[in-house]
Each structure stands twice: as structure tokens, then as C-alpha cells.
Write a protein that binds this ligand. Sequence first.
Ligand code: ZN
Length: 325
Amino acid sequence: MTNFTRRQVLSVAAAGAALGISGPLEILPSALAQASEASPLNPKGQKFHKFKVGDAEVITIFDGSASREHAPGFVKNASVDEIKASLKSAGMPDDKVPNSFTVTVVRMGDRTIMFDAGNGAGRSPQVGLLHENMKAAGLDPMRLTAIVVTHFHPDHIFGLYGKDDQPLYGATEIVVPEAEYKYWTDPAVIETLPEARRGIARRVQASLPQWKTVRQVAGGAEVLPGIRAVSTSGHTSGHTSYRVTSGSGSLLVLGDLTSIPPVNLRNPGWHVAFDQDANLAEATRRKVFDEVVTTKSICTGYHWGMPGAGTIAKDGNGYVLVPVA
Ligand SMILES: [Zn+2]
């Protein structure tokens, strides 16, 4: 049984109106279920996935998917044909570059901690599904203990914004990397950014310094009991991953240390246009990958699709994701 959100229903109505169709559209629900639920990185259309790490319960939540047309320069040092070949060898369609957004939630005792906040509602009908999928997983988005942020790209923080750019989550604490906060809130940064990135800095500068619930943390710090910040800069200057420790178990929330598996796991040396300092991003990626291959740490990746979590194994010159059960 597929449940449709009001936004999806409206987009069906809009699609019907655009085609000059009115009245019940019986063929649309299955088409819509495909569009909103099954995607190359989430082929089963999972809304969430649960597993245990030590005594903690980890719940990965699907926030949606997107795709982009192939364009030279998306990966600075790989051709469109090479990207297509890598998608194909991963068993994915190669007509577009898929993307996907997965938020990690960890329950430790009576605490519920969410890592990153999704795209927010309204960017497109295919994203911003976080709240409805949290509810499907039995989580109340308004009863979180804290939200811990990896970096300030829109797909990770725009979900923090409510009406008039006030905090959507009210009094819930928002933990952010100090280096990332300093970078984006520096008024001088705006003119150093490409036009497409300036809007992020403007929005951050007009909001986060006023929000009373934001707490900055340094790399290496214990940010909450059992959760430590691990500086993983490169993708952005203050990009930070988090290590969650519970009993004998440990989880590494990588954020955007890597993009989708066919790009940056298969090819850790590929420089995706979104990496701010591509050489540093590659060095950081290789260092962390080699460590988690050895320690067999379970990791979550924001752009890994669903289940969005697993261990990483070496495979030739690259790496592969071994998804959690
Ligand atoms: Zn991202």
C-alpha cells in the first residue's frame, strides 16, 4: 500500500492539469510510486532501515533522490564515458547520474540524535521525504535530543529551516563543526564563492548566528556522550564525520566523505565538482577508507542510497560497499 503525501498528490494534479486531464487518474499511483520510491540508489524503495551497533539502534532514513544530466566537468578528472561505464558496472542505469539523500538517526538509551537534516520540503517532489519516512520508522521528528551537522551544503542543512528561516526544530540543539561555521559565516567568503554557492552563505549568515540553539564543536571533541567529531575536511573546509560508540560497537557517520558508490568508492581518486578542495578530499577519503577497511567499522554515507550503511572493502584500485543486513 502506497501512501501519498499532499505534495505528491498536488504534483499529480499539476501533471494531470498540464496534460489537460481531469478526474481520477487511475494509472498514476504506480507511476508515482516508482518515481518517488524506487530509484537507482534505492531500488527497493526503502523508507528507512534499522540495525544495531552495540546497544544503539541506528535508523537510516531516506530523504529522496535526484538525478542530473551527464556533463563534462562533473568529475574533473573522468570523462562522461568513464562515469557511464562505472554506473553500468554497478548495475545502474547510465543515462543520468543518480543521487540520493540518506539521514542517519541514532537512538542511545532515551536520546535520539539525528545527523544532518535533509533537503527540507519543497525543493522537488522527489526530496524532502525525511519527516514522513521518520514517522514510518516510528520516530517523532519534533522529539529529537540533538541534530548534529556534517557540513553546510543545502542537501544537509536546508531541512533545518522553518517558516521565515526560523529553526524548524524549535529548541532542539543543533551541533555544527566550528571550522564549517567560521567559513560560511565570514562575510568575506561570499565574493570568493562561485555564484551558485553564494546563496548558501547568504542564508547561513542571515540565520545561524541568530539561532540560540546552535553549538559549535571542534574536530576531535566529544560532542555528546558517545559521539566524537572526526575532522574530514576537503569536501568543504570544515567537513566533519562523527564516530558513535556504544558498548563494543562503533559507527562512523561519514557524511559526504564520498559521493555515490560508483563514483567515489569505486574511484576514490575522482574529483567531483562539489569537492571544495578536491586534492584534500581525495587524501582524506583514502585515509579514512584504509582505516575503516582495517577496522571493519560500519559506516553510513549520505549519498549511498539505501540502506545507506555498511562496511567498506578494498576491491582492486577502489573500494566496494558491503551493505548492512
Ligand atoms: Zn551532500
